[in-house]
Design a binder for this molecule. Structure first.
Ligand SMILES: Cc1ncc(COP(=O)(O)O)c(C=O)c1O
Length: 487
């Protein structure tokens, strides 16, 4: 058999034709997407009907035929987080260069687990990590690994912290061998990844000390100090404090310098969850908010949030990268990946949980270069100003209450002119949010701030303008009025 007959390869010409057509359709979609709805609000049942129930095909279909139909299926029945009025949760508007980067990455398809399998991709990922550290003002000596997102970036650091602080013999004996229970401290506003980490990695949710927050939603430093002190007295082993730089609900940034001082005096690992907020450190007026981040033993930061890279891209940075290799490296006999001495291979499988790894660095590397430091300072600064503008519009509107504003997150709620009880306002805003999300004109999520169920807008979106914010206010008020119970 000189040449295999197969149904998977494409000739150069067929690839070129199908690819050009697809790219042209994507370009047209991106051109008109901002003017259309964010989604059509179709229910999962409607979506399933549109997709249709088909059994697994016995025979294949030509690639060109498949690619002719699929773009519209997605363009017409998806939710677009690149839309200028998408402000839900925290997902950045994806940079177009990142879309093309992903296609190129899949073309080379390097396995960025081992350097020998991905020479240029490994070098690009190393450079990307170094740039991300520099970007937020850390020395280039920080090392790390790219991961799928914030949860994974935080998990990767959590396990490294535990390995660094656990008593000798931990790798062999596991947690059961520990005389003292290992405790982690974080503000009660910390993202849910910490619950998953404590429960899934065998510590149990009781290993988390939830520290109260102050009126500005930041970790109460005195409460942290007391909790650590009490646990030490009780014979427990405090090992890690998680500070958050931009909390998921309101964007509050913990006082990292004060937390770092407590960590230093008790030899605790300081981790900063900056998955969302830490890129704001590049904005000169914001830099002071992040004072002390260079004391972090580890940080999480997500290019797929405020660096506008397409999903998925998260990053764990570690002051001493050896903590990652100490945690994750293993050398099975079937790997011939390590070289010693000067040419020691940089194998990313030794830096995190994944073994085979894709080339997610490419889209990040390209986007960082396209935008540059000044470009990011401008975009991120504008996002912050837009969230502030929304907050101010809410402050001025008699039927809105501005609840909080930090970084690029504003929270607000609809309040009817006639005075109503808190429980009524909470229910009203909950229903209003559902209706706004289904309506497809604007996508907000929610936050409960000091007991107030609020609408929450997080602007990590280079397409959003002041006009969008003015329209968002009109939409919220127009829809909010519909929920008023008529006397
Ligand atoms: C502060 C913070 N940490 C972690 C995460 C989890 O990130 P991901 O959804 O990328 O796993 C988020 C998500 O919004 C977040 O805001």
């Amino acid at each position: 058999m000189d040449k295999r007959e197969n149904t998977i390869a494409l000739s150069q010409e067929d690839f070129s034709q199908a690819g050009h057509r697809l790219v042209d359709e994507i370009a047209a979609f991106l051109g008109k997407m901002p003017e259309g709805p964010i989604s059509r609000g179709e229910s999962p049942r409607e979506i399933a009907q549109i997709l249709g129930e088909k059994s697994f095909p016995e025979q294949g279909t030509a690639a060109a035929d498949l690619l002719a139909g699929v773009p519209n299926l997605l363009f017409e029945h998806s939710l677009f987080n690149g839309h200028p009025k998408f402000f839900g949760y925290i997902t950045g508007s994806p940079a177009p260069i990142g879309m093309l980067g992903d296609m190129l990455a899949a073309t080379i398809n390097p396995n960025v687990g081992a350097e020998i399998l991905s020479p240029m991709a490994t070098a690009i990922e190393k450079q990307t990590i170094q740039w991300l550290a520099e970007f937020i003002g850390l020395p280039a000596s920080y090392g790390g690994v790219l991961v799928s997102g914030g949860n994974m970036a935080n998990f990767t650091a959590f396990l490294a912290a535990r390995n660094a602080k656990a008593p000798a013999g931990f790798k062999e004996e596991g947690l059961a061998g520990n005389a003292a229970k290992m405790m982690v401290y974080c503000a009660k506003t910390t993202h849910t990844w910490i619950d998953k980490a404590a429960t899934l990695f065998g510590h149990g949710s009781k290993a988390i000390r939830w520290i109260a927050t102050d009126s500005a939603n930041r970790m109460d430093i005195q409460a942290l100090r007391s909790a650590v002190g009490q646990d030490l007295e009780a014979g427990l082993q405090p090992f890690m404090v998680v500070a958050t730089a931009g909390d998921v609900s309101t964007g509050a940034v913990d006082d990292v310098a004060a937390i770092a001082a407590i960590c230093k005096s008790h030899d605790l690992w300081l981790h900063i969850d900056g998955a969302y907020g830490i890129p704001a450190a590049i904005v000169p007026e914001m830099k002071g908010l992040f004072a002390g981040i260079e004391a972090a033993d580890s940080l999480a930061l997500d290019p797929h949030k405020w660096l506008y890279c397409p999903l998925e891209a998260g990053c764990t940075l570690v002051k001493n990268p050896q903590h990652l290799t100490d945690t994750y490296s293993s050398q099975p006999e079937y790997y011939n990946f390590s070289q010693e001495g000067e040419s020691r291979a940089h194998n990313f499988f030794e830096y995190g949980l994944q073994n085979s790894r894709g080339f997610r660095a490419l889209k990040v590397w390209l986007t960082l270069q396209q935008v540059g430091r000044q470009g990011y300072a401008k975009l991120i600064g504008e996002d912050i100003a837009l969230a502030k503008y929304l907050y101010e519009l809410a402050e001025k509107h008699p039927e809105l209450e501005a609840v909080s504003h930090n970084l690029s997150i504003a929270t607000l709620r609809y309040v009817p002119l006639e005075k109503k009880e808190e429980s009524y306002l909470n229910e009203l805003n909950k229903s209003l949010l559902d209706s706004l999300q289904a309506g497809g004109e604007v996508f907000l999520s929610n936050a409960v701030v000091h007991g107030k169920y609020s609408l929450r807008a997080c602007v990590v979106n280079f397409r959003t303008s002041r006009k969008d914010m003015e329209e968002v206010v009109e939409i919220i008020v127009r829809e909010g009025r519909k929920f008023l119970v008529k006397p």
